[in-house]
Write a protein that binds this ligand. Structure first.
Ligand code: HEM
Ligand code: HEM
Length: 132
């Protein structure tokens, strides 16, 4: 049971990382555009990988929350509550609600993106504190 709880915690981090890759792959694509284009087959693979990451972004977020609920259930039963865990969980649920809002809205605007990105960073910090 202890191992399961820990394992579920790392699965949340795995899907969280996939959501953040959305930013990373686009950033690399922008910064290293010319280098990427030099090699046609690499550029094709990179484009495919980027499309996969962007297209499935929301599903990675949903899966993170799904495993969060499982992790919460197991940890609550074996250890009780965790303040740092609850802080990370609150931010993650807020982030998914923000994501759904942004997805639904046609004109998201710069402010929405800034908030959604900032919550992603705050989430990283709270997760780091939770598992330190
Ligand atoms: C985004 C949310 C969360 C993430 C990414 C996360 C991740 C993790 C990970 C990876 C571990 C294993 C760390 C280690 O063994 O050093 C862990 C442990 C733990 N988590 Fe979470 N967790 C989250 C939310 C929660 C919530 C909501 C609770 C509330 C019950 C919780 C309670 C615990 C407990 C009690 C442990 C065990 C600590 C110990 O063994 O000393 N976590 N978590
Ligand atoms: C753990 C959950 C999530 C994290 C950490 C996260 C993080 C991020 C980050 C860092 C970006 C910025 C990418 C960029 O700069 O282009 C982004 C963009 C975006 N996110 Fe999320 N996100 C999460 C969940 C979701 C969910 C569940 C949805 C929708 C249902 C969503 C919808 C969007 C949209 C629409 C964008 C902007 C356009 C795009 O790149 O697709 N996010 N997210």
């Amino acid at each position: 049971m202890e191992d399961l709880g820990e394992f579920l915690g790392y699965i949340i981090i795995f899907f969280y990382s996939l959501t953040v890759l959305n930013y990373v792959v686009k950033f690399i694509n922008k910064k290293f555009k010319t280098q990427i284009r030099k090699n046609k087959s690499f550029a094709d693979s990179y484009q495919k990988m980027m499309r996969f990451v962007v297209k499935n972004h929301r599903y990675f977020g949903f899966l993170a929350v799904f495993f969060l609920l499982l992790h919460f259930s197991v940890q609550y039963l074996t250890h009780g509550l965790s303040f740092t865990g609850l802080a990370a969980a609150s931010l993650m649920i807020l982030q998914v609600i923000l994501g759904i809002y942004g997805q639904k809205k046609k004109k998201r605007g710069k402010l929405w993106l800034t908030i959604h990105r900032s919550v992603a960073v705050m989430l990283l910090i709270t997760i780091a504190i939770h598992i330190e």
